[in-house]
Design a protein around this ligand. Structure first.
Ligand code: FE
Length: 497
């Protein structure tokens, strides 16, 4: 299926897109709105949908005429789309980090960005300034009464879930030490052990790396309270952006990667630009027993993993003593070098993300890996009730073409049982971001019953559209115009009323 809501010239090849259209999304978010209603331009909003779609991403990409070196260095801007009785209203706010406030005042970049943005003053000013700017731009989730803006190398910022006003850095009621790393990829256990939990981690990296695995209650009055906490150390530098859970395991993939801090110390590169693949290295799955599972208290296991680089996992489950984990693999670590212009990146020269499934045998230290789809994809997810359990359906953002790299322009539903897929496309002039699954009343028993919501950059009008799709067949339920233009973003979440 290829439904296009934008004007499509039928003479155009499906893979054609304009680099200018794609990069036109990199702009500053100019306004902060309070409950501004979105304009419905097609269809109708299902009235059963009631809750808030929160979304985080870089919203400030330029100061005083200078642009960030990489969009991931842009300050976090949270948008909250409130669905209520067939209407959607947006409230949006920048996260008032200490650094955002200082830079807002001076209208200059005063801090170095992890992805290579330099502060003013050249090499001399940047050398030996190893402060990391917590830009709180990667993910946003609700835990208890707090909305948390997440950035993995430091602690979360707490915001008011309604007004989006920033409360300040949160130590989660004393759980985190000052500035302690806290992943931007928590996983929500839907009740593997009766009650819902948020499972997450922080990594302390070095020649030996330590993973702190934490589980928090995420329902009722106790939401936000720490339920379990363990630390495990592994040899080698660990770059762990995401992980996966099953009822008994937390599953990490330690990429074979090295970190040479010298160019960072000397002010030549951002810290993330100092990461490099180790082609001869041995990637490993790190399997940590969950404290609520049947291996509680046991030591972790390490199992060899396939070559390649993984940022994101889709899902994991246990079957016959084996662990299945589905992940998006790249041939190499994709990076934007100090001399590259992010607007002009050549998609053909960058590795594409490929969805693969690894069946791990933790007892024999072996794995089997198979490719699920060759189409370039990112931002994949399952129905949240199936998190950590065997799942058949997934939804993800994909390139328009079937093989090779390209900008994300379509939403795909993948059926791993029948090995079938259907897509909804915004090509050639629309660019999609992460799809979020909104469960319906039937979603617990019928895995693909619900909706998918996604923000699309509409380059025809240089603006952002919000699209609601039926999660079963990807038909368009509604298209709405968002009253602000939001750059290509990162992660978001759905919070039911
Ligand atoms: Fe991520």
């Amino acid at each position: 299926m290829a439904v296009s809501y934008l004007k499509k010239d039928s003479s155009q090849n499906e893979a054609i897109f304009s680099q200018e259209d794609w990069s036109s999304a990199y702009c500053n978010v100019e306004k902060e709105l309070n409950n501004a209603e979105l304009k419905l331009v097609k269809g109708s909003i299902p009235k059963q949908i009631s809750g808030t779609f929160y979304r985080n991403g870089p919203g400030r990409l330029e100061r005083g005429g200078r642009w960030v070196h990489h969009p991931f260095d842009g300050d976090g801007m949270i948008a909250a789309f409130k669905f209520d009785n067939g209407k959607i209203k947006i409230t949006n706010r920048f996260v008032r980090t200490k650094e955002w406030k200082e830079e807002e005042k001076s209208q200059k970049f005063l801090y170095r960005g992890v992805f290579g943005t330099q502060k003013e003053g050249g090499l001399l000013a940047n050398a030996f300034d190893i402060r990391l700017k917590n830009i709180a731009n990667t993910h946003v989730i609700k835990l208890g009464n707090d909305l948390l803006a997440l950035w993995e190398a430091s602690s979360p910022y707490s915001l008011n879930p309604i007004t989006l006003e920033t409360n300040g850095i949160s130590d989660l009621n004393g759980v985190l030490k000052k500035g302690e790393a806290f992943s931007a990829h928590p996983r929500f256990d839907p009740g593997h052990h009766k009650k819902e939990r948020m499972v997450t981690f922080g990594v302390n990296t070095g020649p030996k790396s330590t993973i702190r695995l934490m589980e928090f209650s995420s329902e009722g009055e106790k939401a936000g309270s720490l339920l379990s906490d363990r630390k495990d150390s592994f040899n080698g530098f660990a770059f762990l952006h995401d992980f996966a859970i099953t009822p008994n395991w937390a599953i990490f993939l330690q990429n074979a990667i090295s970190f040479n801090p010298l160019p960072f110390l000397l002010g030549q590169k951002g810290a993330a630009q100092c990461l490099a693949s180790k082609p001869d290295g041995n990637p490993q799955f790190l399997l940590i027993p969950r404290d609520c599972g049947k291996f509680a208290g046991a030591p972790p296991k390490t199992v060899n993993a396939p070559k390649g680089f993984v940022f994101h996992h889709l899902n994991a489950w246990e079957e016959n003593e084996k662990i299945n984990v589905e992940s998006i693999f790249y041939d190499d670590f994709p990076s934007i070098g100090p001399d590259d212009n992010f607007r002009k990146i050549d998609f053909d020269l960058l590795p594409e993300g490929i969805l693969k499934r690894c069946e791990i045998n933790p007892n024999k230290n072996t794995f089997n890996c198979s490719t699920l789809s060759k189409q370039c994809c990112e931002f994949a997810m399952v129905n949240p009730y199936f998190e950590g359990l065997k799942s058949r359906f997934s939804w993800m953002a994909t390139a328009e073409k079937k093989e090779g790299n390209g900008p994300l322009q379509a939403i795909k539903k993948f059926d791993s049982l029948k090995e079938e897929e259907i897509s909804w496309s915004a090509a050639p002039r629309g660019f999609v971001s992460e799809p979020i699954f909104i469960p319906s009343q039937e979603s617990k028993s019928e895995e693909d019953n619900g909706w998918v919501v996604v923000l699309v950059w509409n380059s025809i009008r240089s603006g952002t559209d919000l699209i609601i799709l039926d999660s079963k067949d990807l038909t368009e339920k509604a298209i709405l115009e968002v009253p602000i233009s939001i750059p290509h973003g990162l992660h978001g979440s759905w919070v039911e009323n």
